[in-house]
Design a protein around this ligand. Structure first.
Ligand code: EPU
Length: 420
């Protein structure tokens, strides 16, 4: 298993570029299952979760080909409408193939994801929604089987709580269903909007994606399309925090500033300067000391749970006491324990963390427990004195494209040590 060795204390300068969004690329790949024609996807990030999704699609019957930086996906027929446990256990987003498979093949068998490092993560809402569209759901031996031999029909479904992949899964099921589907209390994340624009290019009829009410009129078939994935707002946000935490001046290029509004507001309240230097790039700097601010994670457009761990690292360097409340996942503070081993002063009370700063962090050997937790440890290491060794960086490779190379180009002393 690879590890990162980081020597902190260097303010980051220069420019880093943002890759395509992992959480947009994953549903886009699942959407390729909806047509027998080729779909060409640009800006697919080179991260491990995408490799896992590629493996899953191949098992299902897809042909994937990387050509001049674009991924061509063709699913002439569904060989096996199944997502096995070996793949689902390493990536919960595998359940995204459920809706598309029932819609295209009338049947899907997907391993139940089970819990993970950040919480229980059930898919009950995906299943309840599919039932509203006429699928028969049966669970056995750790698998869920969904059947609609005569095809799905339109229906109305209101999410009991907002689910990003739940909304995406049902959108993919509804585009080929007969009649109209109304999804209420739908997720408004930019990734949902991006999936809708791909589906519309494929011939789907969707209105309202990006709002909490989505209306879908089913069509008989979808066709091939070409689409570029949106920028990864979580990666861009991680870089903004990297610029601020090191007291440097960093330009984060190829991003979508309006997807980062909640983070930018908090960064400014904390004393960082964030300026839009072009419609697709932001410059961050932190000329003075940082101040503590409170943060509560929320669904989009609120403060993203996927940036909570990174913001906590920043708050260890801010003067005063910051209250961080996690409302989306029940167990997303694993990074706090590792940050404390580096010298942070953090108290966890249920779903709230109180961070007292600022603390002089010191390098230590730490272990990453999930993707965003790893990113927060990298950020902490960038300001710690001495050397930090972060183990199990395969977590970070799941969602960040060569983060060490991007940070090193901005001056960070970070290297990957490959385990034989
Ligand atoms: N939930 C249910 N039942 C369901 C679905 C969700 O109770 O059927 C609960 C979850 O347990 C959670 C909450 O609803 O407490 C929200 O979960 P959601 O379904 O929105 O999460 P997700 O779709 O599984 C996506 C991202 C996550 C991100 C969350 C929240 C993808 C592939 N994953 O997960 O990204 O944290 O939305 O924004 O889009 C990451 O990239 O590091 C990551 C974890």
């Amino acid at each position: 298993m690879d590890r990162f060795v980081i020597r902190g204390g260097v303010p980051l300068h220069g420019e880093v570029s943002t890759s395509g969004a992992k959480n947009s690329a994953l549903p886009a790949l699942a959407a390729c299952l909806l047509t027998e024609e080729p779909v060409i996807l640009h800006r697919i990030p080179a991260v491990r979760d995408i490799v896992t999704m590629g493996k899953l699609l191949r098992r299902i019957g897809a042909k994937l080909e990387l050509k001049a930086g674009a991924l061509r996906v063709e699913v002439r027929s569904i060989a096996s409408p199944e997502a096995p446990y070996e793949l689902v256990k390493t990536m919960r987003a595998s359940s995204l193939v459920l809706g598309a498979l029932v819609a295209r093949a009338g049947r899907a068998r997907v391993s139940l994801p089970g819990g993970c490092a950040i919480g229980a993560r059930p898919i009950n809402l995906h299943l309840a929604g599919l039932e509203q569209l006429g699928a028969r759901i049966h669970q056995e031996h750790g698998y869920v089987e969904a059947q609609a031999p005569a095809g799905l029909h339109g229906g109305a479904y209101s999410f009991e709580r907002i689910s990003v992949t739940g909304t995406e899964d049902l959108m993919m099921a509804a585009v080929l269903a007969e009649g109209e589907t109304l999804l209420e209390n739908a997720a408004r994340e930019p990734e949902v909007g991006d999936l809708a624009s791909l589906l519309v290019k494929m011939g789907a009829q969707i209105e309202g994606a990006g709002t909490s009410t989505i209306r879908i009129r089913g069509v008989a078939r979808l066709h091939g399309a070409e689409h570029a994935i949106i920028a990864d707002r979580i990666e861009a946000g991680t870089f903004l925090i990297a610029g601020a935490i090191t007291g440097g001046e960093l330009v984060v290029a190829d991003c979508v500033p309006e997807h980062l509004t909640a983070l930018i507001l908090k960064l400014r309240q904390a004393g960082a300067e964030v300026a839009e230097v072009s419609p697709t790039s932001l410059r961050v700097s932190a000329p003075g000391p940082l101040r503590a601010v409170d943060v509560t994670t929320q669904e989009h457009p609120g403060f993203a749970t996927d940036l909570q761990a990174q913001f906590m690292a920043l708050m260890t360097q801010a003067q005063g006491s910051s209250l961080i409340s996690e409302t989306i996942f029940e167990n997303r503070f694993m990074h706090a324990l590792e940050l404390m081993r580096m010298g942070a002063d953090i108290r966890i009370e249920g779903r709230q963390a109180i961070v007292a700063g600022s603390s002089q962090l010191t390098g230590a050997s730490v272990i990453a427990s999930d993707l965003r937790a790893s990113a927060s440890l990298v950020l902490a290491a960038l300001v710690a004195t001495g050397e930090t060794v972060i183990d199990r960086v395969y977590h970070i490779d799941r969602g960040y494209q060569r983060i060490e190379e991007k940070l090193a180009r901005a001056g960070a002393r970070i290297r990957r040590v490959r385990e034989a």
